[in-house]
Design a protein around this ligand. Structure first.
Ligand SMILES: NC(=O)c1ccc[n+]([C@@H]2O[C@H](COP(=O)([O-])OP(=O)(O)OC[C@H]3O[C@@H](n4cnc5c(N)ncnc54)[C@H](O)[C@@H]3O)[C@@H](O)[C@H]2O)c1
Ligand SMILES: [Fe+2]
Length: 368
């Protein structure tokens, strides 16, 4: 496969790790808007409930569009087509994404030339051509999408070029869609309700863990980002375990920074079994991304521990033990007990999971 221009330039530099966007941090939206001189040729994709408390008061001339106009939940083919119709390509020069992973992923597409159809784009029959600057501002602390090279959508499934009538979740991958700039504004997370906060922070912890436990793909620098992200998130979780959900409010800067670090780590080292196994669960039963990963995380760590307790996992257990104040051998049960305090784990059957899925899901994971 031909390498895109950005990847080529990185290979030429022989960089250890890709951190493509320039990263900024601001105290609030106003400070960001002033620094970036937001104006008429900027389109800001966000949610109305984020716009109202944080942006409305500045009365800026930029073009605000609310994601809920196109439908709720994760991006779908229909949602993206409606977004394209609502926001004509020649009406803006810059794209500003202010929201969760779904909004980040939609804005990556707004930065690219319009394809003849979303379906053709996701099935890689049309090239991705990035043309407009994308500024990503996450308001959850999980996906790391602000720095990744992937945009995920639920699209009509096809087999041998024929639509099957079903749907599938696909990631459009290209280094060209990594946002140009990332701005961290911890203030914007103040309104994030506790449950999406907790499931997104656990998602970030899983990114850091899976990239750390990836002996073949991790590099000396991706490991640094994984370790720092795990330390920051677990320290925050200990606070929540001791003082309750409101303890997160004084620590939002650390959470949003840690989720970016975890995104940087997994961009290099990739994710593993937990993310792989969570796709059929999320796709079949519409379980939100962070929650579907969490449903599998603890059990998968226990299985790793049964299989090879002294391998790569030992370093992970030592690290977790040192943060949680326990011995390495007790680190995985202690971690699972802490996560249970942060977000009580639901049994799989409560999501609709059936006994037959135990056989069918692994087959789908291996196939896809
Ligand atoms: N591109 C990538 O690298 C990547 C990686 C993982 C997941 N994803 C995608 O990201 C999406 C999941 O992202 P997410 O976990 O951030 O969830 P999300 O974008 O669906 O947001 C979670 C919920 O929180 C609300 N919300 C977000 N910020 C808020 C705020 N500040 N105040 C109040 N409410 C707020 C949202 O409206 C939504 O209801 C999925 O579509 C998934 O496929 C992308
Ligand atoms: Fe994830």
């Amino acid at each position: 496969m031909a390498m895109d221009a950005f990847s080529k330039s990185l290979m030429a530099d022989k960089r250890e790790i890709i951190i493509a966007p320039t990263i900024y941090k601001f105290a609030d939206f106003g400070e960001f808007a002033e620094q970036f001189q937001l104006g008429e040729r900027d389109v800001v994709l966000t949610n109305e409930f984020i716009y109202k408390p944080f942006m409305e008061k500045y009365g800026l001339k930029c073009h605000y569009v609310f994601q809920e106009k196109f439908g709720v939940g994760e991006p779908s083919e229909a949602m993206i087509e409606t977004m394209y119709e609502t926001i004509p390509y020649d009406s803006y020069d810059r794209v500003i994404a202010i929201g969760g992973g779904a909004i980040m992923d939609l804005c990556k597409l707004l930065g690219c030339k319009r394809p003849s159809s979303v379906h053709e784009l996701y099935f890689k029959r049309e090239p991705i051509v990035h043309e407009k600057e994308v500024i990503a501002i996450p308001t959850t602390c999980g996906t790391g999408s602000e720095c990744t090279n992937i945009s995920v959508a639920i699209v009509k499934d096809e087999k041998d070029g024929v639509l099957t009538g079903g749907e599938t979740k696909l990631g459009l991958v290209s280094d060209d869609i990594i946002p140009n700039k990332v701005c961290l504004i911890p203030d914007l997370l103040k309104t994030l309700p506790y449950k999406p906060f907790a499931s997104s922070a656990i998602d970030a912890l899983i990114h850091a863990t899976e990239s750390y436990l990836s002996p073949h793909r991790k590099t000396i620098t991706s490991e640094l980002f994984s370790v720092k992200a795990m330390e920051m998130i677990l320290k925050g979780f200990v606070q929540i375990g001791e003082h309750g959900p409101d303890a997160r409010l004084d620590y939002l800067d650390e959470y949003v920074t840690a989720s970016l670090y975890a995104g940087i780590a997994f961009l290099k080292a990739g994710c593993a079994t937990v993310h792989g196994m969570s796709f059929p669960l999320g796709g079949t039963y519409h379980v939100p991304h962070g929650e579907s990963n969490y449903a599998l995380f603890g059990k998968i760590l226990e299985i790793y521990d049964e299989k090879d307790p002294d391998g790569e996992l030992m370093h992970f257990k030592q690290l977790v033990g040192s943060i949680l104040g326990c011995e390495a051998k007790d680190a995985i049960p202690a971690l699972n007990a802490l996560l249970e305090k942060v977000l009580p784990l639901k049994p799989l059957r409560e999501y609709g999971f059936k006994e037959s899925d135990i056989k069918d899901f692994p087959v789908s994971v291996m196939a896809n």
